[in-house]
Design a protein around this ligand. Structure first.
Ligand SMILES: *Cc1c(COP(=O)(O)O)cnc(C)c1O
Length: 412
């Protein structure tokens, strides 16, 4: 563990000062920052004291191209020098091009349309309003589901600890256990003609990288088709190449009525999007019925276009598949690892014991950034540019850590 000496106590002084100032000036919504970071290049970042880390969190599945990617920086710089922001009273070429590109990548039928937001929560707010515009009131959401922290998105987010203290929520949302076909059928029957939408993530990222089965996604599609409700698929974390397809639903051959995107879409620039499939969904929100000042502004749209273009030009969807498969393969024989969930470069390493927070802290000290969405799960959502050799440095460290901390020897 050579990283420990490099990143020892003495090597964190400047960052500690930065962190103290942070805690005085910022609300403590995120707790104490793990480190103060000052610079990034590819899949690496550096802290205020000059220590280097392999970034396997990628800004939480955001930095699809890694840090300081020349095409991304070039697009942002050029757009800033051309036209940065104008409001949605005007059309701009990058915004129109991005909407067309997303419809094309999603194989969206004619009549499909896009709305741009600034974040994942905002994309889900728009989807929530689309559900209301059907004239029906009930929305079925899943236990373990996460859709964001604003009130509408939060109303559809299951975790009681982050939702209940902000009650009353917007009305009409019922939760069912994920991947339980009978519970979903029963809830749909109970809602009857009032069922407006079913919302789900193809892989529940914040719950600990928990995929929904193909059969369950097909059941949502079938029930929403039959009842005329909207199938809202939250691809905020899974979308834009991360799972080894442009969108995770393409792995299943199942098209939703509404897809929300954010995180990786802008490669680090804040942008979200709602893709409404087909004439009916595409026309639900009309003139004056929704809007946002920044949504899809030229800077955001140009960086998103550059991100998509680089993913295509550099074969990053294939890279996500290849490097993801390599990680799974190596971890399949590591004592202490019971399973690896997810697709492509959205991976949850399931540990035999609930030691993920300890693993994350030790990894940080050794120069690796990962995170624990659940006590027994270490999540990897790195840049789609991650190489097998870079992944190997972490896997070798993790093997060593788990061997010396013998979580495999104990019974979970
Ligand atoms: C992160 C996330 C959101 C919320 O996105 P923000 O940009 O943080 O508002 C919504 N849904 C899913 C599946 C996410 O992973």
């Amino acid at each position: 563990m050579s990283g420990l000496s490099e990143h020892g106590e003495a090597g964190l002084e400047k960052g500690r000062v930065e962190t103290q100032r942070y805690e005085h000036a910022l609300m403590c919504t995120y707790g104490t920052p793990m480190r103060a970071l000052v610079r990034g290049e590819g899949s690496h970042v550096w802290d205020a004291d000059g220590n280097r880390y392999l970034d396997l969190l990628g800004g939480i599945a955001v930095n699809a191209l890694g840090h300081n990617h020349p095409a991304w920086v070039g697009a942002l710089t050029q757009q800033a020098q051309t036209l940065a922001h104008v409001s949605n009273f005007f059309a701009t070429p990058p915004q129109v091009a991005l909407a067309e590109r997303l419809l094309d990548l999603a194989h969206a039928p004619s009549g499909s349309r896009v709305f741009f937001s600034n974040s994942g929560a905002e994309a889900n707010e728009a989807a929530f309003k689309m559900a209301r515009k059907t004239g029906r009131g009930a929305i079925i959401a899943l236990e373990g589901g996460f859709h964001g922290r604003t009130m509408g998105a939060l109303a559809m987010t299951h975790k009681p600890a982050i939702r209940e203290q902000f009650a009353p929520m917007p009305d009409g949302v019922v939760f069912v256990p994920a991947d339980d076909a009978d519970a979903l059928r029963a809830a749909a029957t109970a809602a009857g003609d009032d069922l407006a939408a079913i919302i789900a993530e193809p892989i529940q990222g914040e719950a600990g990288v928990v995929p929904l089965s193909h059969a369950y996604l097909a059941l949502i599609r079938e029930l929403t088709h039959r009842t005329g409700a909207l199938f809202i698929l939250d691809e905020v974390q899974t979308g834009v190449g991360r799972t080894g397809a442009w969108f995770a639903h393409q792995l299943h051959g199942i098209q939703p009525d509404v897809m929300t995107l954010a995180k990786g879409l802008g490669g680090g620039f804040p942008i979200g999007a709602v893709v409404a499939f087909g004439e009916r969904a595409g026309a639900l929100l009309g003139k004056g019925e929704h809007g946002t000042t920044f949504g899809g502004n030229p800077l955001a749209a140009a960086t998103a276009l550059a991100t998509i273009q680089a993913i295509e030009d550099e074969g990053l969807i294939d890279n996500a598949k290849t490097v993801g498969a390599h990680i799974r393969e190596r971890l399949s024989t590591v004592p202490g690892v019971v399973e690896v969930r997810g697709e492509g470069l959205l991976l949850g390493i399931g540990l035999a014991t609930p030691v993920a927070p300890d693993v994350v802290q030790a990894a940080l000290a050794a120069g690796f950034i990962v995170n624990p969405p659940a006590p027994d799960t270490v999540r990897l959502v790195p840049a789609l540019t991650l190489t097998t050799a870079e992944a190997d440095t972490f896997l070798t460290w993790l093997e060593g850590y788990l061997a010396t901390h013998s979580t495999s020897g104990e019974q979970a």
